[in-house]
Write a protein that binds this ligand. Structure first.
Ligand code: RTP
Ligand code: MG
Length: 148
């Protein structure tokens, strides 16, 4: 089954939106298989955003992600990588559709509340970067036979 890496960024945690975000993923029907509340070491933030290392906003992005705790999660389900990006909405919260997490709760591109892997291959890399195998739980929720 497909998995994706989701992180509630420091602004999402500070604004008490962690429960709201988790609720949206749960009620959609995706399955939580890993979660941890953590301070992000700078080296991990730099690796996570390595693809953006030449961009002008890279160091401020790493400063932001390491500034306050995050909730790191792995969610599972059919089409969860693109499905999660749909729940999250466009990168700029001002243009993200209402009904999406960024569209409902954000204003600024540098404070867009949540990260979601952008492709299946990226998700595999990010999950391996953030979680050990022993931190992920494979399980079958009773509701899945009513979802699929
Ligand atoms: P994310 O990786 O955080 O899920 O966001 P994303 O795919 O929607 O956007 P991406 O292009 O990967 O950019 C990563 C994060 O960098 C910040 N950003 N700032 N100031 C800027 O122009 C700018 N552009 C991007 C955003 O916080 C974005 O989430
Ligand atoms: Mg991205």
């Amino acid at each position: 089954m497909e998995r994706t890496f989701i992180m509630i960024k420091p602004d999402g945690v500070q604004r008490n939106l962690a429960g709201e975000v988790i609720k949206r993923f749960e009620t959609k029907g995706f399955t939580l298989v890993g979660m941890k509340f953590m301070a992000v070491p700078r080296e991990l933030a730099e690796k996570h955003y390595d693809v953006h290392k030449e961009r002008p906003f890279f160091s401020s992005l790493v400063d932001f992600i390491t500034s306050s705790p995050v909730v790191a999660m792995v969610w599972e389900g059919e089409g969860v990588v693109s499905g999660a990006r749909t729940l999250i909405g466009a990168t700029n919260p001002l243009t993200a559709a209402p009904g999406t997490i960024r569209g409902d709760f954000g204003i600024s591109i540098g404070r867009n509340l949540i990260h979601g892997s952008d492709a299946i291959e990226t998700a595999k890399t990010e999950i391996a970067l953030w979680f050990g195998e022993d931190e992920l739980v494979s399980w079958q929720p009773a509701a899945s036979s009513w979802l699929y």
